[in-house]
Design a protein around this ligand. Structure first.
Ligand code: F6P
Length: 367
């Protein structure tokens, strides 16, 4: 069946490179397959409530370098368990998946491209099982998806964090301070690890290796004795102390999503260090700055390649799959193989070896 009408949505937290994908899908579908392209707005909400925008080569022509997503997104709005406030301010949960299926049929789409992270792709898989032809396109700054070497958005986030490190290095050195940079990544330490390595952090703390405070303090003291009374610490938002608990802001802001909002370990760690070392300690939380702005060239190219490969896969009828980078190729991975999996940093990963071999303390040994 030739592709005549295809849909695309972006779901979950945004990241740089989404617009590169939207542009690539649109241009490939139109130029190669003469198909019409319909954008669904705000993730699966667009499918549930029929909110759409037509995509053309004209209205996607200037978006390659643009951060965010022109389609909008949400990390709420699971059509299978749609959470809303009722008049009493209580949360009610409804299954609106049939409504989403109806919109898909009403729009006469031949397939839906779902751009998202693990949660969004799991929803895509559920719709595939209900009979909707889907092709997934992986995105997240966290780089925690199975089946792909890298997700677009990650390199941009790493670059932003690395730039921040560079700036903290100079002010930290000028003032002889301990400078802590807290970065995102949820339960995976990829951003902290790569940006920490690239930015010359002296200590890198990631969720996969609960830290021992004694080792962190010893490293700082060692640096003081060696004539460098300043230290730069990179800490992932999901990191926690051995025997301690992950620090989060709870679900206050996220009640409709129902997941915890991580953050706060940077300030917690600063308080811990201050009690043990007579140096000034400052914390910077990079937050959503890592998700915004123009994508790096790597993410623009990866997003473009994934978008093109997704449309080609749909044209061949290879639905229920996700396009993925298996360097140097783009391959297809069955969506069913990915459900519920989170790719964290293996504790014997070569990047960790590179860190420790060059004197970076990971909170798990004296170094
Ligand atoms: O998954 C991407 C991510 O940016 C995580 O690194 C972070 O924990 C989370 O999303 C933040 O989500 P929100 O945009 O809801 O604050």
């Amino acid at each position: 069946m030739p592709l005549k009408r295809v849909g695309i949505l972006t779901g979950g937290g945004d990241c740089s490179g989404l617009n590169a994908v939207i542009r690539a899908v649109t241009r490939t579908a139109i130029i190669q397959y003469k198909a019409k392209v319909i954008g669904l707005e705000n993730g699966f909400d667009g499918l549930v409530f029929g909110r759409t925008m037509g995509l053309t080569t004209r209205n996607t022509r200037d978006i390659l370098t643009l951060g965010g997503t022109i389609l909008g997104t949400t990390n709420k709005g699971n059509p299978f368990a749609y959470r809303e406030f009722n008049d009493q301010g209580e949360i009610v949960v409804r299954d609106l998946s049939d409504q989403a299926m109806k919109t898909f049929r009403d729009l006469e789409l031949d397939c839906l491209f779902v751009v998202g992270g693990e949660g969004t792709l799991e929803l895509a898989h559920k719709f595939q099982l209900m009979g909707m032809p889907v092709v997934g396109i992986p995105k997240t700054i966290d780089n925690d998806l199975f089946g792909t070497d890298y997700t677009f958005g990650f390199q941009t986030a790493v670059q932003v964090a690395c730039d921040a490190m560079d700036r903290l290095q100079t002010t930290g050195r000028s003032h002889d301070r301990v400078m802590i940079l807290e970065v995102m990544g949820r339960y995976a330490g990829w951003i902290a690890l790569e940006a920490g390595l690239a930015g010359g952090a002296h200590i890198i703390l990631i969720p996969e290796i609960p830290y021992n405070l004694d080792y962190v303090v010893t490293k700082i003291q060692h640096r003081i004795r060696g004539g460098s009374p300043f230290s730069i610490i990179m800490v992932a938002e999901g990191a926690c102390e051995q025997g301690g608990q992950r620090i989060s802001q709870g679900t206050a802001d996220n009640r409709l999503q129902g997941v915890e909002q991580l953050g706060g370990i940077g300030f917690h760690l600063a308080a811990q260090i201050r009690e043990r070392i007579p140096l000034e300690v400052r914390t910077t939380v990079l937050g959503h700055i890592q998700r915004g702005g123009s994508p790096t060239s790597f993410d623009r190219v990866l997003g473009t390649r994934l978008g093109v490969a997704a449309v080609d896969a749909a044209a061949r009828g290879e639905f229920g799959t996700m396009v993925a980078l298996k360097t140097p190729d783009i391959i297809l991975v069955p969506l069913g193989e990915l459900a519920g999996l989170c790719r964290t940093v293996p504790v014997d990963h070569q990047l960790l070896r590179a860190a420790e071999a060059t004197g970076v303390n990971l909170g798990r040994g004296a170094m």
